[in-house]
Design a protein. Structure first.
Length: 289
C-alpha cells in the first residue's frame, strides 16, 4: 500500500537523522511493531538500542522535531534536495544620449547672463574656461546662436527696407543659420581635434561654450547696424569682433602654447583671422546698403 512506502521512507530518514543504521529486515520488523503498538524503537544492526521509541499518534507522517524530511509523491521516488534559486540576470546598461545631453541644458537665466558677461566684458582675462570648468552647458550657446540668427536676419531686412532695396529675406535666414551655427560648432571641433592630437585636450563642450557665449556681443551689434551710417556700422562690427576675438584667443592661448609651443602663435593668428572674416561677412551680407 502507498502508506507503507511512505512510512518506510520516513522511518529510514528518521533513523539516518538520529545516527541509527537500520537494515531492511529491521525496518520490516519495525513496521510490524508499528501495526501492533503504534511505537517504533530505533535500534542499530549491532543490537544497540536507541535512546527511545518514536511514538506516533494520529498522524504518523508529521514533521519530526529532530529532522526535517521532505517526502515526494506517492510513487516512491527518493527525496531530492531543493536546487538553489538561480540568480537574476543583471540588467545591461544602455547608452542614453538624451540623458547625457540633458545635463548640458540644465541651466537657468541667471547663469547664462553671468557666463555671457564672463565671455564678453571680462573675456580679455582669459578665465572663461576655468569659470565653467566642470559645469559646461550647451543651452546658452544654442540659444545665443539662435538669437543671433534671428536678430541679424531681421536687422538686415530692416536695413534693406530703409535703403529702399528689395531682396528675398529667406536667403538671409538660411545664410545666417549655416554661418553662425557652423562657426560655433565646426571651429571648436577643429580646435578640439588639434589639441587632442597633441595630447593636451580641452573638453569639446567647453570650446563650444566659449565660442557660443563670445558670439553674444554680435546681437546688439546687429541691432546697432540698422542705423544707416556706413562708418558707424563698420565701427560697431569691428568692435564686436575685437571683444569676442580677444576672449577666444586669450582663453585658448595657454592650451595651444602647451600643445603646439612655437606653432601656437600661427594657430592663434589663424583663429583670429577666421573670426574677423565672420564679422566682415556679417557686415557685407546683411548691412551693405
Amino acid at each position: 500500500a502507498s502508506w507503507r512506502a511512505r512510512l518506510r521512507l520516513r522511518l529510514r530518514a528518521l533513523a539516518r537523522a538520529q545516527g541509527v543504521a537500520m537494515s531492511s529486515e529491521k525496518l520490516t520488523s519495525n513496521l510490524m511493531d508499528f501495526e501492533g503498538t503504534g511505537s517504533v524503537p530505533l535500534t542499530s544492526n549491532t543490537g544497540d538500542q536507541g535512546s527511545g521509541g518514536l511514538a506516533f499518534t494520529s498522524d504518523p507522517f508529521a514533521a519530526s522535531d529532530q529532522a526535517e524530511v521532505g517526502l515526494i509523491s506517492e510513487g516512491g521516488e527518493e527525496p531530492t534536495e531543493r536546487s538553489a534559486p538561480e540568480p537574476e540576470p543583471q540588467r545591461k546598461s544602455t547608452f542614453n544620449p538624451v540623458g547625457v545631453l540633458k545635463n548640458y541644458f540644465d541651466v537657468d537665466t541667471d547663469i547664462i547672463f553671468q557666463r555671457t558677461f564672463q565671455a564678453t566684458v571680462k573675456g580679455y582675462s582669459g578665465g572663461f574656461t576655468n569659470y565653467i570648468h566642470g559645469k559646461q552647458d550647451l543651452y546658452g550657446p544654442f540659444w545665443i546662436t539662435a538669437t543671433l540668427v534671428v536678430v541679424s536676419s531681421i536687422s538686415g531686412s530692416f536695413a534693406q527696407y530703409l535703403s529702399g532695396k528689395r531682396k528675398n529675406d529667406v536667403d538671409k535666414v538660411t545664410a545666417s543659420l549655416f554661418t553662425f551655427y557652423g562657426y560655433v560648432t565646426l571651429l571648436p571641433l577643429l580646435i578640439w581635434g588639434l589639441l587632442k592630437y597633441y595630447k593636451n585636450p580641452l573638453p569639446l563642450v567647453s570650446l563650444v561654450s566659449l565660442y557660443g557665449y563670445s558670439m553674444a556681443v554680435f546681437i546688439p551689434a546687429a541691432i546697432f547696424c540698422t542705423i544707416p551710417i556706413p562708418a558707424f556700422r563698420w565701427i560697431v562690427i569691428l568692435l564686436a569682433a575685437a571683444v569676442s576675438g580677444v576672449s577666444i584667443t586669450m582663453n585658448l592661448k595657454e592650451s595651444l602654447a602647451v600643445a603646439l609651443q612655437q606653432k601656437s602663435f600661427a594657430v592663434l593668428a589663424g583663429l583670429a583671422g577666421a573670426h574677423i572674416a565672420v564679422a566682415v561677412g556679417l557686415k557685407l551680407y546683411f548691412f551693405m546698403y
